[in-house]
Design a protein around this ligand. Structure first.
Ligand code: 13P
Length: 338
């Protein structure tokens, strides 16, 4: 008999809300440095804190964002606006604070170009500390590369096993796990190849979650949308993406899972929203939502450009994009709203 934890259930109910989704603001120090370099901003502890304070103090952000994923450094920072701890600033907007807990990627030995995610050692103890700082959910990301020989069975199985171990540890500590098996968009592959790889990765993941006793009602799946490679030259419609993505999900994800929150994975903000919207025109047993990083942030990041005077305009830009994405989650988005 599965025991349903009240604590986990309350977190799920606060996050799986119609018209709202998750803001992924958990870029590692290396990734945020790349994003800042694009706009000519130095990545320092202060500039990172300032930018993330801008995001989370956006007026009424909580109307469209139910959870935010933070990087470890941010979880312990104080907002540059009013010195409130960042997790508390999120909570004051009715946004559940969460934390990326994996330690990034490393090459899988004897596998050409494939990667495995690190971070299980000491995770139980880290989760205890993160919870004290206010984190109520966590994220762990795996990646899968599509080529003529990958993803390999070995990469799929080892990554699934580690993701399931992470998820079990999170639930043990009263933290909702987001499980993110990301099939990367990079490459010349077709939409069908993406469908095949995504199906294999998610199928192995749910087998592993079952083996590790993870309570499916209290997990959030964060998959990629099924799309052709970004160097394939293929053009697809939102309806094709919705059809291919939903077919894979119906084959692999039990209806017990409450929420599927897609990553944007390098898709433009308007494509991400159009694709999500098309999926929400159909019936599905799960809430089909979002956990976007770039698609929610990139327009606001460019408007901000590191300048104090652009703060308000950047917040308005973020609010606008979050509103459109919230509408896409309800199947009410239209391209002419852009
Ligand atoms: P993107 O939406 O930019 O892919 O980021 C989501 C994320 O959290 C990747 O781990």
């Amino acid at each position: 008999m599965t025991i349903i934890s009240q604590e986990l259930q309350q977190t799920i109910e606060a996050m799986a809300v119609r018209g709202k989704g998750i803001l992924a603001a958990d870029e590692s120090s290396k990734t945020i440095a790349k994003r800042f370099a694009d706009i000519g901003v130095d990545s320092t502890e202060t500039s990172r804190c300032n930018y993330r304070s801008l995001l989370l103090s956006t007026p009424h952000l909580g109307d469209f964002i139910s959870g935010v994923i933070l990087f470890e450094e941010t979880l312990g920072q104080h907002s540059s606006v009013d010195h409130m701890p960042i997790p508390q600033l999120a909570a004051s907007q009715n946004i559940v604070p969460g934390i990326k807990v994996d330690k990034g990627l490393t090459e899988l030995a004897n596998c050409l170009g494939e990667q495995v995610t690190q971070g299980l050692d000491g995770l139980r103890e880290r989760l205890v500390d993160y919870k004290k700082l206010g984190a109520r959910f966590a994220k762990w990301r795996n990646v899968y590369h599509i080529s003529s020989r990958t993803p390999s069975r070995r990469a799929i199985d080892i990554n699934a096993e580690m993701l399931a171990r992470y998820a079990a540890l999170c639930q043990e500590q009263g933290i909702v796990p987001i499980v993110e098996p990301e099939v990367l968009i990079n490459g010349t592959h077709s939409i069908e190849q993406c469908a095949e790889a995504t199906e294999a990765a998610i199928q192995a993941l749910f087998h592993a979650l079952y083996r590790h006793g993870v309570v499916l009602e209290q997990v959030i799946l964060k998959p990629n949308m099924v799309v052709p490679g970004n160097e394939s030259g293929a053009v697809v419609t939102p309806e094709q993406v919705a059809e291919q993505t939903l077919r894979v999900l119906r084959r692999t994800v039990p209806a017990a899972v409450p929420m599927i929150a897609f990553l944007s994975g390098g898709l433009s903000p308007s494509d991400s929203d159009a694709y999500l919207n098309a999926m929400n025109q159909q019936n599905a047993p799960w809430l089909l939502s979002y956990s976007y990083g770039r698609a929610l942030q990139q327009e606001a990041l460019h408007v901000w450009a590191g300048k104090e005077g652009n703060w308000k305009a950047a917040q308005e830009t973020l609010h606008h994009r979050a509103r459109l994405t919230g509408l896409a989650q309800k199947g009410e988005y239209r391209a002419d709203m852009e």
